[in-house]
Design a protein around this ligand. Sequence first.
Ligand code: LMR
Length: 328
Amino acid sequence: MKLFNAMLAGAVALSFSVGAFAQAPITIKFSHVVAEATPKGQGALKFKEVAEKLLPGKVEVQVFPSSQLFGDAKEMEALLLGDVQFIAPSLSKFDRYTKKIQVFDLPFLFDDIDAVDRFQQSKDGKALLDAMQNRGLQGLGYWHNGMKQLSTNRELARPEDVKGLKFRIQASDVLEAQFRAVGANPQKMAFAEVYQALQTGVVDGQENTWSNIYSQKFHEVQKTIATTNHGVIDYMVVTNAKWWNGLPADIRAGLQKAMDEATAHANKLASDLNERDRKRIEEAGKAKIQVLTKDDVAAWRKAMEPVWKKFEGDIGADLIKAAAAANK
Ligand code: LMR
């Protein structure tokens, strides 16, 4: 009888724990470094909303904006360790995982965000989503932010104006070469540290989109923002390939669907949010927006052009050609 009771208790305990396990939602963490009122911030919130609607009781998505959980330096490692399930770093931050992705950083390669979009949706662009599988990263989609503008604590219009100035850059060798090409001193730095570095004069300037400049208040600590549109800040949403492939099929399908909806949402918003924030910066009247002439832009393009050749071997001439062909 004693033995029977013990077995019964064991069986009950086991069925309870199995039952509890089967019913507990999977906790999914999505970490990113920007503010919520940006294209990426809005995309992450949309992903949570749709995933929890499509998979009620099965998943719980927690979104951590503004480097609250992990900043630039740690988020990739955290993803590979399983401490977070989704991140969406800028395309500039993947060059340790695949050299091909450096194509997105080549200065003046894309005329505008529509060209970037056409390339991302092409066969070559889609192939890059799978290019880091052997390093444990699975790309699930591209999210737009926008074209980069250049800001400094001086008057700024021509490439000669930045000679000797220190610029914060994202962790990208192409961006490093880009600033060296104009005689400036680039410094790799995590996004969360930029405002303070600008405010205290650790660096003189930086490059970013209107939405990032406004939401981080960079315009309050810079004198000029020049409308260079010389490159792009876009994102790849990535997950841990092993975790993703190990999910039950219905959950993976639901999350992919939520990701597709979030992608469409973020990409539809991106241009409007950047336009809105450009106006807000203008209205704030702190930094001057220097609208560049065609001639100014041509001078920047010419000064930065040697960077293409330097990285052609790593990226591949064919891939650069395919990306350039996305311009109309
Ligand atoms: C930056 O570091 O400037 C950007 O990549 C931040 C971001 O995620 O938009």
